[in-house]
Design a protein. Structure first.
Length: 164
């Protein structure tokens, strides 16, 4: 969706940005409710700083999301575009750290990816239904191919499709 935004015509920018914001809000909420507590249980305390950093990054993402959702206009002005661009850059950084630093630690710590993945999927569906927004086809196909590996199983639920 973030890549789509870059190429979108101004008329569809606002709607696309709204979808990005919803997807990221759901990402942050299911991680904070389910994923991070489960991760803390299995991680060594010395690795919990990764969860702290990710939580701070979520707070910053939520702040930017608030600014984007609260902005007036149709989404075509430069400041609005800049906010969505920064949101995208920040999301890439955040997702990359989760995938390259946190996930390997959790794989070693033997997080029960099936159990956590199922809970994430259920909560995500609930929240997406509440938001009135459909899950993206990318997220659904991500689930379909989420057969092997913790990274795939969990990442598919966390919204890997946001940055595509
Ligand atoms: Fe996150
Ligand atoms: Fe970071």
């Amino acid at each position: 969706m973030l890549k789509q935004f870059e190429g979108a015509r101004s008329g569809s920018k606002r709607a696309l940005a709204e979808r990005i914001c919803t997807a990221l809000t759901v990402h942050a909420q299911i991680e904070e409710e389910i994923f991070y507590p489960a991760a803390r249980e299995v991680l060594r305390s010395s690795d919990e700083d990764l969860i702290e950093e990710a939580t701070v990054e979520h707070a910053t993402l939520k702040n930017l999301i608030g600014q984007i959702q609260g902005a007036g206009g149709d989404g075509s002005d430069d400041r609005y575009t800049a906010k969505v661009t920064v949101l995208g850059e920040y999301t890439k950084h955040h997702v990359k750290e989760e995938e390259t630093e946190l996930f390997p630690k959790l794989r070693k710590a033997r997080l029960d990816a099936n159990e956590v993945g199922e809970r994430l999927a259920r909560r995500k569906s609930e929240l997406m239904a509440q938001s009135g927004q459909e899950e993206s086809p990318g997220a659904r196909s991500g689930r379909a191919r989420a057969a092997n590996g913790m990274t795939e199983r969990v990442a598919a639920r966390l919204g890997a499709s946001i940055s595509k």
